[in-house]
Design a protein around this ligand. Structure first.
Ligand code: NPQ
Ligand code: MG
Length: 368
């Protein structure tokens, strides 16, 4: 394929409810939509960098800069054998995974539309619907948390993840466990602990959690391996796994027993698949993480989660969990069995609602 034009849109969308994690609380979500053209056909990709560098060092502004000044110029007019071939041209850019991932996604969508194949089909997906759960932000109190969880269970979600931070951890998880003895429950600390402070989390080991996600710093595989030895609950790494190399080293070190795969964090769908394939070969389960995506990124997550080694429910909630006003015509809804259907249209299987896109756009740019 040969890309002749790329449009970038910096978006800001209002969340249904504020979302609080150990790194902060947000009411609106920024992202960048990438629109790549070949012969009048457009493909779309989502860059999940947010306004603030809380989850990772990337922000919508750094991604905009890197896309505009380096990544897009590096692929415009080049003959690309495949969407993944874009990574060869992007190799001179160190890091900036979310920026790369958004551009790669647009090429996958474009190729799928050109060939009339769904992303699920292109990636080798084996499911028409995938199991999902909901990620619940930090609430006012443990009691408020139980009430919020109650609401999501009533909507049909059968797996709950709660966000934790120091001082808002064991009591919260215990309260949810007491209220729902058989619930599939997991916690996510987003790197809020050290090896020392993580000792406070030892009571979690008695709660039958599916996993404990990213308790320690993202650049600290070694201490995660020491911590995993003290817990029988599997540790799952999110922020620490930036490539298939990190995944292999984490598994060989015993730093985790489960891996959360996010397309943006690992630099694109091709790297996400490589991590999936490694984990499948080594008997390690993976699951699809979430970044409060619009319908574009959500469609990609659903296709990715249809691969065989995605054996735990994804953080891929229905559209209405996050946005009242999404930028795709398609809205993803929860089935009664806590699944969401994998899109089967060409490419991502979504179309852009241009009036909704206009409402969400802070600025746009056309290249060249
Ligand atoms: C996680 N996601 O698994 C992330 C964290 C997260 C669904 O829990 C703006 C940008 C807000 C990135 C909120 C979920 C975010 C964000 C949470 C990432 O760790
Ligand atoms: Mg996480």
């Amino acid at each position: 394929m040969k890309i002749s034009r790329v449009n970038l849109y910096h978006l800001r969308m209002t969340l249904q409810t504020p979302f609080e994690t150990s790194f902060g609380r947000i009411q609106t979500r920024d992202s960048i939509l990438i629109e790549a053209f070949e012969d009048g056909l457009a493909g779309y990709g989502e860059c999940v960098a947010d306004r603030d560098p809380g989850y990772s060092y990337e922000t919508a502004e750094t991604a905009w800069h890197v896309l505009r000044d380096f990544l897009v110029p590096a692929v415009l007019g080049k003959d690309l054998d495949s969407p993944a071939a874009m990574q060869v041209h992007a190799k001179f850019v160190r890091g900036h995974s979310m920026a790369k991932s958004g551009l790669e996604m647009a090429l996958w969508d474009l190729q799928g539309k050109r060939e009339g194949r769904s992303l699920c089909e292109m990636l080798g997906g084996v499911r028409t619907k995938v199991e999902v759960g909901v990620s619940v932000g930090i609430q006012e109190s443990a009691q408020a948390l139980v009430q919020t969880v109650d609401g999501y269970l009533a909507q049909g979600y059968s797996r709950i993840k709660i966000k934790i931070k120091p001082g808002r951890d064991v009591a919260e998880a215990q309260a949810v466990r007491r209220a729902y003895p058989n619930l599939r429950l997991q916690v996510d600390a987003n790197s809020a602990y050290s090896l020392e402070t993580a000792s406070n989390l030892l009571p979690l080991d008695d709660l039958g959690l599916l996993l404990i996600e990213q308790p320690l710093a993202e650049d600290d595989l070694w201490d995660h391996s020491r911590l995993q030895k003290r817990f029988s609950t599997p540790i799952c790494l999110d922020e620490s796994i930036l490539s298939v190399r990190h995944a292999r080293q984490a598994l060989e070190m015993g730093a985790c027993k489960i891996i959360n795969i996010k397309v943006g964090r690992v630099g694109g769908l091709s790297e996400a698949i490589a991590i999936h394939d490694l984990c499948q070969a080594r008997g390690t389960p993976v699951w699809c993480g979430g970044m409060l995506e619009t319908g574009v990124g959500r469609a990609a997550n659903l296709a990715l989660a249809s691969l065989p080694d995605f054996r735990l429910p994804g953080d891929i909630s229905a559209s209405d969990r996050y946005y009242a006003d999404d930028i795709t015509h398609q809205r993803f809804t929860l089935n009664p069995d806590s699944t969401i259907d994998v899109p089967d249209g060409p490419g991502l299987g979504v179309t852009i609602d241009s009036t909704a896109l206009e409402r969400a756009t802070l600025k746009s740019l056309s290249l060249p």
